[in-house]
Write a protein of this length. Sequence first.
Lengths: 226, 226, 226, 226
Amino acid sequence: MTSITKILLIGSLFMMAFTTPLKKIKVVFFGDSITQAGVQPNGYIVKLDSIVKQANLFNALELAGAGIGGNKVYDLYLRMEADVLDKNPDVVVIYVGINDVWHKAGAGTGTDADKFEKFYRAIIKKLQEKNIKVVVCTPSVIGEKTDDSNQQDGDLNHYSSIIRKIAADLSLPVVDLRKAFASYLDTNNPTNLEKGILTTDRVHLNPGGNLFVAGEMWKVLQPMLK
Amino acid sequence: MTSITKILLIGSLFMMAFTTPLKKIKVVFFGDSITQAGVQPNGYIVKLDSIVKQANLFNALELAGAGIGGNKVYDLYLRMEADVLDKNPDVVVIYVGINDVWHKAGAGTGTDADKFEKFYRAIIKKLQEKNIKVVVCTPSVIGEKTDDSNQQDGDLNHYSSIIRKIAADLSLPVVDLRKAFASYLDTNNPTNLEKGILTTDRVHLNPGGNLFVAGEMWKVLQPMLK
Amino acid sequence: MTSITKILLIGSLFMMAFTTPLKKIKVVFFGDSITQAGVQPNGYIVKLDSIVKQANLFNALELAGAGIGGNKVYDLYLRMEADVLDKNPDVVVIYVGINDVWHKAGAGTGTDADKFEKFYRAIIKKLQEKNIKVVVCTPSVIGEKTDDSNQQDGDLNHYSSIIRKIAADLSLPVVDLRKAFASYLDTNNPTNLEKGILTTDRVHLNPGGNLFVAGEMWKVLQPMLK
Amino acid sequence: MTSITKILLIGSLFMMAFTTPLKKIKVVFFGDSITQAGVQPNGYIVKLDSIVKQANLFNALELAGAGIGGNKVYDLYLRMEADVLDKNPDVVVIYVGINDVWHKAGAGTGTDADKFEKFYRAIIKKLQEKNIKVVVCTPSVIGEKTDDSNQQDGDLNHYSSIIRKIAADLSLPVVDLRKAFASYLDTNNPTNLEKGILTTDRVHLNPGGNLFVAGEMWKVLQPMLK
């Protein structure tokens, strides 16, 4: 590219930025406490916003969080009108499933696999009826041990499979956090710690974890912007 | 009453039946496996229908079941459009809560008390928005022992309190099955059996149990018909 | 009694106290975190020691705690040689059962009722083989609500029944804490609070709770000293 | 070795077999329902007995089962005097752990990992005090799916690690059923079925499973006989 061409190109981009009434793409992240923390400083949504800006897409994307601590799939279904649909998003990223598995132990109030799938599909159906694009995420981790010995590993793998199957059925993009975390931890958790690599407490993300999730989100969201 | 009077009366009733376009009151019973079984022969809805007919209210009431085994409060919420609202009922009787408590033990997939209340209120709100009258029931029993030693007694009492509180807040009629069962069993289960008085298996109703529930329902429904 | 008699009596008692090598009765309290805290200042064992001293039984009783947090009936069985038998007690007071019920919810590691009974009887058998007198206690509370709506009320009542049945079979004295707490709370918890009357956190005893337990223990232990 | 030597040797072995009152090695298999079924026709202990006989070790080994359905590690501890020590075994094979994990879901009466280890070590200690050789087994499966998505996979892996660690500490032979099953199923369960390959119901062994376990036991027991 010649210098002249460059100048012309930059100039026209510059003008576009000020003249074209850009339609921002609104993305809502819909989930639990991880997403609730995602809008805090160092949260994954804030980190993703930085990534977007570094990619010079200042005006293209508007990110919003809709996470509430302790939420399971049916909690999302219950509050989706007020917390998601009313915001008129273009894209909704669903990041749920950890509490559905985790709360089986503990309060004994997890979600059966068949009902998890039923509510998950019901949420997607309502979003798609409003022409909202849906991105799904598999649940990251409950415990960072890499020898498949975290108590809920089997169940998280099961629920991740359900999400992948739904995504395949409906041709939805998947942020496969379950797989990405496993792969990252295999390399970066050589002493088989149960927390402290990407999480503070086996579940909630530390700054590194938030950055990692932001990166994984970006890999899937970026191609959708073209 | 003279014979003549009787003939006249019967005649006029006969004519009314063919001439007056009676508006039937449609009642949908919305619940779990107990209600699913309620429409079977000997089920509580069938028994209630007999009671209604014995009261010479042949054409006044139309009873329908909308029960599905294993359902918890959020399952009702998920399927209420298709299974209840689309039937245009005048009255909906909500009979749910046993699985919300029971499944804590077992699969570990019960319902937290705060979410039980939230979904319960959400169901009522949707019904009332359609001008449907709502009747609520407290959950009957998981175990029939009368010395307060059935494993879930405490939790069932708790969830019953939640339902009574909602009913008081919203001035709804309550079929207090929890209380009615306790009272009946105090008298009729002198040897503290865990099943076989009103249930077959500590939860599901035997013929006597179905008749008993029908009777309790009738006590609350009958005054609503006037 | 004349003054002379009194003086002689007091004198002889005074001499006995200094001359007779009194055989102290050694009582070991065997249990969980409540008993572990029982030997702390304000703990129920410390309070009971004060009661004993107020009764002028300075030298008659030696109280010792053998409580470990989180213990269930089988944990007692595992450690009874080292922690109880090796101390050569005359009396052992078994106060266990709360964790056996409580941990069903939570970690999912409670104790089945039939195994609870089996281990409980095995502990008693081993104690009696050493000619140790056994006193049993029913489990106090998990939650102080008085309307039978604490989640584990049913199960605690069930396990209390098991203990009472064992005691009846073997003619053992029972400190029926379950019943005593219920009776006390009926009077002293008019607003149906779930904690703060006798416990700090629904389970562990506050100073009032420790004093109350000490008093209940004393009612059963005192007659055994005669 | 010359032919003459060979003949002499074979001859003397032949005579020994008929003249020497061979001391049989008594092996007791100590476990849960899988071991209880192990002494039934087609059970793994019966199959192992056939393997032993095929190896022409008719008189060398005496196999006995000491399995009781539903047993967890502490149940073994409770009944080890009557059911194992009183039989004067030379070798005890401990095969336990499935119920300790499995019953967390369900009745909520599994065993905490730290207590599992504590009781496991206590059993071994008692056996070794009697100069009994101990062989340990890792728990096989709860579900045969090969994609790490059986609900209890993580926990079974955890408890298997505990057993392997104990074995390493104490230099005990390990029948690593967990690993052996995983390896076998990887090859023989291409469609990721949850049962029917080595089990009838995800846990209990079918004839193929019993034969497989017998073979794995033999691999570890055979070298001990030399």
